[in-house]
Design a binder for this molecule. Structure first.
Ligand code: PBE
Length: 269
């Protein structure tokens, strides 16, 4: 099988995810900047639909090229590989950062301290994502289990924090798995300290807008520097960045390992 027939078989189409995902923009950028992707299209739908298409392609040993990211269980479940990205459109390492509205530090210093402390090691997160998959993505349950089993970590994050008396705090999150886990853990940790926590799922663009306008207090969902960099720049100065809550993340285009291509440049226009 030659690479040109692979591109033909793929109908010059990348299986994308949600139209509002940061990665949908980076995919478009890759299509615009790689000669090998001239004339290609991405089909957007949802992460769930992409994963179904990926699973079906692998069952039938058919070619497919998908928008992929890690941490995610897709890399544990399927034998897939990222395509090399010599132009670094998808960047190198991503981190997931915690941003808060300006003024939160003064208004809610205890919540701020907790948000500033929360950090997950990559293997911890990967394990939680696999565990969530086993119970139908019930992230509330997985987060509760994790908090129960990691009381020492939680005590570290909340050291010196004074209990809040039902003060309300609103967190926004994007609709993907890693964020569902980290945000649900954060909710439980804040609730243990007496906060009344609301979680609101939104698209990445709304997430930045909500924090910048002060409508929401904080989020643990921005992926930087490549995935949400454009939004970050647009609102820079209108939020405070407390630093990574996860490091070692990545986005890119991926294919099943049986496909005999290794780079985005192995594709054909
Ligand atoms: N993702 C997962 C998201 C961020 C987290 C890479 C699909 C996005 O593209 O916005």
């Amino acid at each position: 099988e030659t690479t040109s027939s692979v591109s033909e078989e793929l109908e010059y189409t990348i299986t994308g995810i949600e139209p509002g995902a940061g990665q949908t923009q980076t995919n478009d950028q890759a299509i615009a900047e790689y000669e090998s992707l001239a004339g290609w299209e991405q089909e957007t739908s949802s992460a769930g639909a992409m994963l179904t298409a990926l699973g079906e392609a692998i069952d039938n040993e058919e070619p497919i090229i998908v928008a992929a990211w890690s941490p995610h269980y897709m890399f544990a479940q399927y034998d897939i590989k990222y395509l090399e990205d010599p132009k670094l459109i998808f960047g190198e390492e991503e981190h997931i950062t915690t941003i808060v509205r300006n003024g939160l530090k003064d208004d809610m210093p205890n919540a701020y301290t907790i948000l500033d402390s929360i950090y997950f090691e990559l293997p911890v997160l990967e394990e939680a994502l696999l565990a969530a998959k086993e119970i139908d993505f019930d992230f509330e349950t997985i987060a509760q289990q994790w908090v129960d089993e990691n009381a020492e970590k939680v005590a570290e994050w909340t050291e010196g924090v004074e209990p809040a008396d039902g003060a309300s705090i609103d967190l926004v999150l994007t609709p993907w798995d890693a964020e569902a886990f980290t945000t649900n853990v954060t909710k439980l940790v804040l609730e243990q300290q007496g906060f009344d926590v609301t979680l609101t799922p939104v698209d990445p663009s709304i997430m930045f807008e909500a924090i910048a306008s002060g409508d929401s207090d904080a989020t643990l969902s921005p992926w930087m520097p490549a995935t949400h960099g454009a939004y970050y720049e647009k609102y820079e100065g209108q939020f405070e960045d407390l630093g990574a809550n996860v490091e070692g993340a990545r986005i890119g285009l991926a294919v099943p390992s049986y496909m005999e291509i290794d780079s985005i440049e192995d594709l054909e226009p």
